[in-house]
Design a protein around this ligand. Sequence first.
Ligand SMILES: C[S@@+](CC[C@H](N)C(=O)[O-])C[C@H]1O[C@@H](n2cnc3c(N)ncnc32)[C@H](O)[C@@H]1O
Length: 329
Amino acid sequence: MQPMTELDADSLREYYRKFAQLEATGSSPTYAAWATGVAEDDEIITLLLDLPKPKRQANLLFAAARHLGAGEGDYPTLRTWLLEHWELTRDLMLARSTQTNEAGRCAVLLPALARIEGPISLIEVGASAGLCLYPDRYSYTYTTESGPRALHPEDGPSTVELACEMTNATPPERIPDVAWRAGIDLNPIDIADDDQQEWLRSLVWPEHGLRRDRLSAAAALVSADPPRLVPGDLLETVESVLAEAPAQTQKVVFHSAVLAYVEPAEREGFAALMRSRDDVVWISNEGGRVLPDIGAQLDREPDGRFVLAVSGEAIALTGPHGQSFEGLR
Ligand SMILES: C[S@@+](CC[C@H](N)C(=O)[O-])C[C@H]1O[C@@H](n2cnc3c(N)ncnc32)[C@H](O)[C@@H]1O
């Protein structure tokens, strides 16, 4: 039998190899080369093995290195830098976690939100920094077979412009009337804090400049008028936040790229709670297998896309960063 440490080292090498092949290749040549390099590098693997398991992830290592100034060069350059700055990198990896907030997802939430009579009280569970709580402040361009169609907030074009390819659906024609907004997150991010904002930027992969620019623009817009973000678990906290929503508003609870991080029993508990609240419109934008009742409604493969559902009814397949919307009916 192999000693435990050998098994751990082998599975970590294999994880980095797979990360390079399945996640990074085609999306980030830098990360693909870095992960391939780590997989073959006994010295770096040994350093990583000294961290708790959840802290050995490629996204965390590479973001921490870039955040601290490693640059985006080739693997030998990263390796030299890591060996010289391991203490710093290690401390940052222990202190932080991987987290995203993608304002672009508002482009696929908007078709569902625009159908709802306002004024709306918008509650996002798993809100991160709350950038998706501002669908009424962004500008959109939906491109369909008939060409592009732009939609702007009432007071004119926004500094945040979101583009979405739309098929089998009609672009929304109005911006929702959001009267009140609040978010819930286990680990809310204060977007007005420069270091937290910079950490979010470091988590965006090197070649994804458009996403980084979008993040900077949305962060500037949101930090001028930050949302109420309640720290807590979504299932335990959502009812108390719902109770704060002003009367005479339509309550809308939504989540995007969140439930995959929650245990299946809690996901089901949350879905059951949402279904039981006939005063709430529930919008979910999650991976195809995350909520089995919603996934079972699909008549085609999601192919890596999310499923947008309104009150449990699947209505579209959506690009994970909000880049596409394919209507299902
Ligand atoms: C991948 S991020 C998505 C953030 C945002 N919804 C978006 O679309 O950009 C997932 C977020 O869910 C939060 N989260 C995970 N489990 C949670 C839970 N049980 N309760 C509340 N928030 C949770 C994480 O802290 C993280 O901020």
